[in-house]
Design a protein around this ligand. Structure first.
Ligand code: URP
Ligand code: ZN
Ligand code: ZN
Length: 471
């Protein structure tokens, strides 16, 4: 069996930072202690470096058809980009495209055959009836223990409150967790129709027609449905400060609610939508205000929010111009589809590879987060909440040897040239970052080495997640 010894590093977990070596046997961590004997192991010198458990991003959309195009990273290119940024596990959302949930899951498995890192799936529930209700309990047998519901996108993705309440009760009975997209679909429909009728076409109207109050109200509404169903709830892509207040309100009353935010909501505001290239920042829910950012950061610092995911759902800025991807010219229709109409701009942003580098500099580097909080928010907490811990998200004997050797002194001018997303832009273009992954291991195998790709298609494994997970 191949053995590797990672020697002389400083390990950072969600609980503590300490000096120790890590020995890897095959795909697993075998031992963690200072001064481990080298024996016949291949030695990786980690002196002066940090060692984290591989990042776990519980919110990606690879190869997702929408807006008459498709998100531009697939389950290979997106995985590769994730790995370059220190993420070794992703959880993608299965669309409800077929009458039975099993068919939907099988279709997503086919898309993911090219996986380059480990992955799992959440099931989107965008249509609900008695047959679907009867089928949901079969999902944990397929390794899927999480269901996403939407209070927006009327006539497309939205479920009515009564259906969400029923889904929550089924989830409760089967140890599953409901994920919520919180916006007010009815208000959005009305405001969008009015904006178009008044001739408003520019990207800022995307945010102006999706007010923060809708997100706040929908978060509280779903928390109250969860309370009445006796079920836990996880609110995805939290963007408005008031949503954090609503989570705190529910939690203070004993409702087991959890929240995720994403880097775009911490760094950008509606002002970015007013830039000439504002469509790059279009996502749903939209980016908000500086006051919202401050509340989200506070929530991350005090534990009100448990996870930073990405909602990675990239599109080209100009999908008429090919980029070079692994030696091939690739162009996929993107944001230009909505050049004359904000409602036609594909909703979503790149981010799966940016998450750790950007947050290390802006979160840990600024003192807003401790290194342990950084690991908890980006790896350990999502692993626990989504039933992957301690296989993932941990530096423990027996855990998968998904490891990031992090160079805390590495300075880069970040941007599209550093990120490996399959798109033509990066939201953090020109940002000065300090701290980058140097080596990334997936189950003991080196897949990124000082900016060089050593991974391959098909190396990623589907992760069967266990029901009944708790943080
Ligand atoms: O704009 C976004 N976030 N697109 C992905 C879909 C979603 O609701 O997460
Ligand atoms: Zn969503
Ligand atoms: Zn999403």
């Amino acid at each position: 069996m191949m053995t590797t010894l990672i020697k002389g590093g400083t390990l950072v977990t969600a609980e503590r930072t300490f000096a120790a070596d890590i020995s890897i046997e095959g795909e697993r961590i075998a031992a963690i202690a200072p001064g481990l004997p080298a024996g016949a192991a291949e030695i990786v010198d980690a002196a002066g470096k940090l060692v984290f458990p591989g990042g776990v991003d519980p919110h990606t959309h690879f190869d997702l058809p929408m807006f008459g195009t498709v998100s531009s990273d697939d389950h290979y290119s997106g995985h590769k980009a994730a790995a370059f940024g220190g993420t070794t596990t992703v959880i993608d959302f299965v669309s409800q495209d077929f009458p039975s949930l099993r068919q939907c899951v099988e279709a997503w498995h086919r898309k993911a055959e090219k996986a380059a890192i480990d992955y799992s799936f959440h099931m989107n529930l965008t249509y609900f009836d008695d047959a679907i209700a009867a089928e949901i309990p079969s999902l944990p047998g397929m390794g899927i223990t999480t269901l996403k519901v939407f209070t927006a996108y009327n006539e497309r993705l939205r479920l009515e409150d009564g259906s969400i309440f029923r889904v929550l009760r089924i989830a409760r009975d089967h140890g599953m967790l409901v994920l919520l997209h919180a916006e007010n679909g009815d208000v959005i429909e009305t405001l969008t129709a009015e904006a178009l009728a008044a001739g408003h076409r520019t990207p800022e109207w995307h945010a102006r027609t999706r007010p923060a109050w809708g997100a706040v109200e929908a978060t509280l509404r779903a928390c109250s449905l969860a309370a009445q169903a006796g079920a836990p709830l996880y609110v995805v892509h939290m963007n408005a400060g008031g949503e954090v207040d609503m989570l705190d309100y529910a939690r203070a009353r004993g409702v087991p609610v959890m929240g995720e935010t994403c880097p775009q909501y911490l760094f950008f505001t509606e002002d970015d939508l007013r830039r000439p290239d504002g469509s790059k920042w279009i996502c749903s829910p939209p980016v908000r205000t500086a006051a919202d950012q401050a509340r989200l950061w506070a929530g991350l610092g005090d534990g009100s929010l448990q996870v930073i995911g990405t909602d990675h759902c990239p599109f080209f800025y100009d999908g008429t111009q090919p980029i070079d991807y692994e030696g091939e010219a690739v162009a996929i229709p993107g944001k230009e589809l909505g050049a004359d109409d904000f409602t036609k701009i594909p909703n979503g942003l790149p981010g799966v590879g940016d998450r750790l580098p950007v947050l290390w500099t802006t979160g840990v580097g600024s003192g807003k987060l401790t290194p342990e909080q950084f690991v908890a928010l980006t790896s350990t907490n999502p692993a626990r909440i989504f039933g992957l811990y301690p296989r993932k998200g941990a530096l423990l004997p027996g855990s998968d040897a998904d490891l990031v050797i992090w160079d805390p002194g590495k300075k880069v001018e970040y941007g599209v040239a550093h990120a490996h997303h399959r798109t033509d832009y990066n939201l953090y273009e020109g940002w000065e970052l300090t701290g980058m992954p140097e080596k990334v291991f997936l189950r003991g195998r080196l897949i990124v080495d000082r900016g060089e790709w050593k991974g391959e298609r098909g190396l990623g494994e589907f992760l069967l997640r266990s029901a009944g997970a708790v943080l």
